[in-house]
Design a protein around this ligand. Structure first.
Ligand code: ADP
Ligand code: MG
Length: 574
């Protein structure tokens, strides 16, 4: 029609950007190339923050962290074929963590499909295993409704990733501006409450507990249940244990936090209330010998399919953690009750905490060099402000670091998570720094990495420097995976000159100067070997809010964690 032709045209890329903007999506991470460059440009024009990364995997980790931190999914924008495949790691990680995420993948032109097109791959099918929803809009006009569905699906029910496929021929194709109808922004997720009778029963099981324990998981963090949970803990005087990313929902230094007596608390509790924490490997499946055979679990979760996994729960509370915690509080308001603070259970826990805290202080005290993990983390903890984001990955680095480095705020710890993924650190740190920049300028991001973990996404340091994000990266360097060798043993072992000598699989090059990765791009780099050097460089890094820095901390290559009471606490291959 002639009247239509005179109308303004929009490209597929512009429609995608507008649809995302309409759904309140504020952040996009990715790597541009054929056919998605125009999408990033269009998004930027509409005020969506675009962050260009160096590998799609890290971009996808970053976008998924945005979802966890803000409750609104971030976008990961990738090119076709290999680009999308690199992002699958990030999708899988988000899926395992129950974090919302939108992946937008360019794909080959439709008319060349099945002909061996450039980077052709069955992308919608490939993403299905890692997502709640995976689709390709059938026309440009359909893009807004597909994007609305993707955003809505990512945050409703149990959060997770969604995939939208964009054929190359959509990107620059122009359509009449009036032919595209934008779907209104989806409503916030509906809040569901648990059945009244189940709430009543749960309260009664808690009241009758001899050795109660609350476990606070990252689902509680995501649900913003911090206020209600704190009230429950304080009003009923209950001991609580955070999971790794549940740390900070209630501050780690709260007197009711029994993290330092974790094994004891799990092993002898007779009633355990799970607030957004699955009984997977992180919680030893809820089974003996780590738990009493007859322990009563009360499961609080938004996902019905989760209830009853691995154990037969005493009570299930299906719904939103924040709403359900308030329902429980109502019960304890109606008939006030508190767990006796002088109980032998509290005494047992307090005693064990004292012993464990003293033991880890002891481990931090040796003045010998190279330093061990505990010495490093005690010095780091001393200087960190209460509101910083802590990102962490690595084996010992993450496990030991978690016990020493404290979290005081919810959603301020990001780590390898449910999937135990290495390589997430830099992407997570970049996402946290971008959120901090927009919401709380001056807030710092500390990224605590093992030397092996750092290697997975190390080139993202360029991204950090390009956007001038004042992230402090600590590389806790033991020259290897789990452990390594010092320079002399390394030389000895390789019998330098002997061409048949081989390096053990866990070894990395001794004394690698990872700090030079940072100085290469204009950030500050420090190579430290003593507690004094560590203190000084961290102090300088914290004082400089204008620049990123990397502190490469040399530790004893054979350093490991403190001996555990249980043999199954030690990784088999340490
Ligand atoms: P952790 O690693 O801390 O143990 P998990 O990832 O295993 O935590 O468990 C988080 C759980 O929280 C998931 O089962 C998820 O379905 C649930 N969840 C997420 N958001 C909510 C919410 N708003 N209300 C209730 N449960 C939620
Ligand atoms: Mg290492």
């Amino acid at each position: 029609e002639s009247s239509d032709r005179s109308e303004k045209q929009v490209s597929g890329a512009e429609v995608i950007a507008q649809a995302l903007k309409t759904q309140d999506v504020a952040y996009m991470f990715g790597i541009v190339g054929i056919p998605v460059t125009e999408i990033a440009v269009a998004a930027q024009k509409l005020g969506i923050t675009y962050v260009g990364m160096r590998n799609e995997q890290a971009a996808c980790y970053a976008a998924s962290a945005i979802g966890y931190l803000t409750g609104r999914p971030g976008v990961c924008l990738v090119v076709s074929g290999p680009g999308l495949i690199h992002a699958l790691g990030g999708m899988a990680n988000a899926n395992m963590n129950c974090w919302p995420l939108i992946v937008i993948g360019g794909s080959s032109e439709r008319r060349q499909e099945t002909m061996g097109a450039f980077q052709e791959f069955p992308q919608v099918e490939a993403c299905r295993l890692y997502s709640k929803f995976s689709a390709r809009p059938s026309s440009i006009e359909c893009i807004p409704s597909i994007i609305e569905k993707a955003v809505r699906s990512s945050i409703y029910g149990r959060p997770g990733p969604c995939y939208v496929d964009i054929p190359a021929d959509f990107v620059n194709f122009q359509v009449n501006v009036n032919s595209v109808k934008y779907v209104e922004c989806c409503m916030p997720p509906p809040v569901s409450m648990a059945e009244t009778s189940a709430v009543y029963m749960a309260a009664s099981v808690i009241r009758n507990a001899r050795q109660p324990l609350l476990i606070i998981g990252k689902g509680a963090a995501y649900a913003h249940a911090e206020e209600a949970l704190r009230k429950l803990v304080e009003q009923c005087k209950l001991p609580f244990l955070p999971t790794p990313m549940g740390k900070g929902v209630i501050p780690d230094n709260h007197p009711n936090c029994v993290a330092a007596a974790r094994s004891r608390a799990l092993q002898f509790a007779d009633v355990i209330v799970l607030f957004g924490a699955r009984l997977n490997w992180i919680l030893h499946f809820g089974l003996p010998p780590r738990y009493q055979p007859d322990v009563k679990f009360i499961q609080v979760d938004i996902c019905a399919e989760e209830l009853g996994n691995n154990v037969k729960p005493a009570v299930t509370l299906l719904g939103d953690i924040n709403a359900i915690t308030k329902q429980l509080l109502e019960q304890f308001d109606k008939t006030p009750w508190q767990y006796p603070p002088e109980s032998s259970w509290w005494q047992t826990l307090r005693e064990k905490m004292k012993i464990n805290e003293a033991a880890s202080k002891e481990l931090a005290s040796p003045k010998s060099l190279p330093m061990n993990y505990y010495t490093v983390f005690y010095h780091v903890q001393e200087q960190l402000s209460r509101d910083c984001f802590v990102v962490s990955e690595g084996a010992n680095t993450m496990d030991i670091g978690r016990t020493v480095i404290q979290n005081y705020l919810p959603r301020h710890r990001l780590d390898a998570g449910t999937f135990g993924t290495m390589g997430v650190g830099l992407g997570f740190a970049i996402a946290a720094a971008i959120v901090a920049k927009d919401r709380n300028p001056g807030q710092r991001v500390i990224c605590v990495e093992g030397d092996s973990a750092f290697g997975f996404s190390g080139m993202e340091v360029e991204t950090v420097c390009r956007y001038n994000l004042p992230i402090i990266i600590l590389v806790v360097n033991n020259n290897g995976i789990y452990q390594g060798f010092d320079a002399d043993s390394w030389k000895e072992m390789l019998k330098f000159g002997d061409s048949t000598a081989v390096a053990p699989p866990f070894c990395l090059l001794p004394n690698s100067h990872y700090e030079q990765v940072m100085t290469a791009f204009g950030g500050k780099g420090y190579f430290v070997q003593t507690p004094e050097e560590l203190q000084k460089s961290l102090k300088q890094s914290l004082a400089d809010t204008t620049k990123p820095s990397l502190i490469n901390i040399m530790i004893e290559p054979q350093s490991a964690r403190k001996t555990q009471d249980f043999h199954w606490l030690t990784r088999s291959n340490i």
